[in-house]
Write a protein that binds this ligand. Sequence first.
Ligand code: B12
Length: 215
Amino acid sequence: MDSEILENLKKAVLEYDSESAANWASQAIKVGIDPITVLDALTVAIRDVGEGFARCELWLPDLIGAADAMQAVMPIIEDEIKRRGAARETLGIVVSGTVFGDIHNIGKDMVNTLLTAEGFEVHDLGINVSPQMFVEAVEQYSPDILAMSALMTMTAPEMMNVIAALKQKGLRDKLRIMIGGGAITEEFAMSVGADGYDPTAPGAVRLAKRFVGKE
Ligand code: B12
């Protein structure tokens, strides 16, 4: 029953049917499926679309259609995650954003949702965030953690610019930096001087908790 609902949800995303995707997500929540499991199913679906695009079997409108269906579902999952996580102590402050030149926000938003649910105060700078904007936010919020996301090999090197800008202002050592997104690997993270990387949103939360000594 659960797997049937999740299969229908994935099918709706793959058919770019936002309304049906939202209905299946609501159904999943109604029968008690863990919202993280629902997120995982959606991730599989949208990555399938990405692979089709990479093989030139699908085109930009397909990416847009699948992303729209995914975005229609996110508020339903976010509400359930928030509902399940009763008010908790604040674990720490996070500034988050997708780097300059990159407009992919779905993965970053998943990370932010889970961090918020776990008790972090998250300041989301959005997409296409310049090094200057990251620096200003760090000055404004004094975060424990800076979380950056990049989905493209072209935009991942922007992370180096952010870290260099923080160093220039003497801010680098005042926080921990975690990075992620489809274009990032562990080796890349180490080479740019980030403090941590994880390929998943739940992993980002574990990393963040470790950074603030709460794991
Ligand atoms: C949806 C999508 C789009 C949508 C984005 C909509 C949106 N609101 O985000 C649209 C249609 C707008 C789009 C546009 C483009 N896209 Co696009 N897109 C995708 C697609 C299919 C899915 C991305 C996604 O949401 N994945 C699902 C999420 C959940 O995964 P994720 O982001 O990786 O996040 C997870 C983890 O990485 C991690 N994570 C994420 N952030 C962080 C941060 C931290 C700190 C941590 C610890 C972890 C973490 O947690 C998440 C949950 O597990 C990917 C394919 C793919 N395989 O990813 C291509 C893809 C990223 N796109 C690609 C391209 C080329 C483009 C375009 C250039 C296409 C074009 N010709 O115009 C434009 C670029 C626009 C720009 N300047 O940014 C390429 C990039 C290739 C590359 N390696 O450089 C990909 C890989 C497709 C492909 N296979 O070729 N895209």
